[in-house]
Design a binder for this molecule. Structure first.
Ligand SMILES: [Zn+2]
Ligand SMILES: [Zn+2]
Length: 430
């Protein structure tokens, strides 16, 4: 029994047949790297906002055609591109996903391929930048398409490449992103994927891969609160109801939800008020204050508990002032859940392709990803890839969404090897 167990572990751990395709992936990644870097710089210099990735989509589709894909669907969920690589051997389908959108950020990196693109965003002229690294995600995905296409004959099944618009959220009043792609049947049809893989770049050591099983990224819900009072002269607050004083109290009380009312020893949570607006001059107490914020949780029960407490706190604190609070919670992205069995099964691949030969298991990250909509439907594994500049000390690099966000090209081949290896390892394991 013991011997058999050991043999099984050995077989699963490093089967002989795996050595060949792994070596092929590594060689093909090296060959593809020049193009991957070029594509990354192209996407970086030409960013587009969510649901407006028209040129980006064209570039992706053109590259996939160059690689010999003949099954390319464009215009999915507005600007998404979905393509299937049919392997030479029969087998199931696995999906790889990258997001395509840039952000309304004016780039300050000073790189030779820095974005000079501007556009109108919510009525104002703004720069556009790939400040979240989705340029790297697309280049890496196309790198994996290149690598796997060159090994087509040995692939036991199909690989579905999903280029997804609007991860950062569609413009107001529009649908978009992974949720809309799902609605449009991306995970259905003729080739239903049995698993999906994706990655996100972060300003950590370049080439290092990090992940965790189960809740990896948080659920993100939007919060807006309208506090209604009664307008009066600033010198006579007793003649009205002051929504500004009520709002100050509401904000402070909201901060006791995470610190005092939920069990944060089980999972972290965040409640942030990020904008507040009310009044127009110092001697008028206005009739209304509006606040918006974000709620991050990693556990479904806690998510519901935090929502209920926010509503109760805002409403009752306002009432104690004689004001009225109207709370709206806009359920956003679910928790990005990494399938336990799939994560355990793929740990060895992630180790192999990570810089230093060992991927790092981390604590959850409070950012959110709409990859979660896919991973709620089929087993998914989403992981992080470090892209910081080589000479930056830990914690010194600009964060995602900063106008100084930087992607180190040296990290790209680690991403290409990761996505290619995960797809092939999964197909071989079926
Ligand atoms: Zn982002
Ligand atoms: Zn992002």
């Amino acid at each position: 029994m013991r011997l058999i167990a050991t043999l099984t572990v050995l077989f699963l751990g490093s089967p002989l047949w795996a050595a060949a395709w792994r070596a092929d992936i590594d060689a093909a990644t090296e060959r593809a790297n020049g193009t991957v870097v070029e594509l990354r710089h192209y996407f970086h210099a030409n960013p587009e906002l969510g649901n407006r990735e028209f040129n980006t989509a064209k570039k992706i589709a053109a590259r996939l055609r160059e690689l010999g894909f003949d099954d390319i669907e464009e215009g999915v969920a507005h600007t998404g591109v979905v393509a299937i690589l049919k392997g030479g051997l029969p087998g199931p389908t696995v999906a790889l996903r990258a997001d395509m959108d840039g952000l309304p950020v004016t780039e300050q990196t000073g790189l030779p391929f820095a974005s000079k693109v501007t556009t109108e965003w919510q009525g104002e002229e703004t720069g556009v930048m790939h400040a979240c690294g989705h340029d790297a995600h697309m280049a890496i995905l196309l790198g994996a398409a290149d690598v796997l296409a060159s090994m087509r004959d040995q692939i036991p099944g199909n690989v579905k490449f999903i280029c997804q618009p609007a991860d950062e959220g569609p413009p107001e009043g529009e649908e978009g992103g992974a949720e809309l792609m799902k609605k449009e049947g991306v995970l259905g049809g003729e080739n239903v994927p049995g698993a999906i893989f994706g990655l996100h770049v972060f300003p950590e050591v370049a080439g290092v891969i990090f992940y965790k099983s189960e809740g990896f990224l948080a659920a993100a819900d939007g919060l807006s609160i309208r506090v209604r009072g009664v307008q009066t002269h600033g010198s006579m607050p007793w003649r009205g109801v002051d929504p500004i004083a009520a709002s100050a109290q509401i904000i402070n009380s909201l901060q006791t939800i995470v610190s005092r009312q939920v069990d944060i020893s089980q999972a972290p949570a965040v409640v942030t008020i990020g904008s507040i607006e009310g009044g127009n001059r110092g001697n008028i107490i206005p009739d209304e204050v509006r606040m918006t914020g974000t709620i991050r949780t990693l556990d479904l029960a806690m998510r519901e508990q935090v929502h209920a407490r926010i509503i109760k706190t805002a409403e009752l604190v306002a009432e104690s002032f004689g004001a009225v609070a109207e709370v709206e919670i806009d359920e956003g992205y679910p928790v990005t859940m990494n399938n336990t069995a799939l994560t355990a099964q793929m740990a060895e691949e992630l180790d192999r392709v990570s810089r230093g030969g060992k991927a790092i298991v981390v604590k959850p990250i409070m950012g959110a990803e709409d990859f979660s909509f896919f991973a709620n439907e089929i087993p998914g594994l989403f992981f992080g890839l470090g892209v910081a500049a080589d000479d930056n000390a830990q914690g010194e690099s600009a964060p995602n969404h900063s106008p100084y966000f930087y992607v180190n090209d040296a990290a790209l081949p680690h991403g290409v090897r990761a996505l290619s290896s995960l797809a092939l390892a999964w197909l071989h394991a079926q």
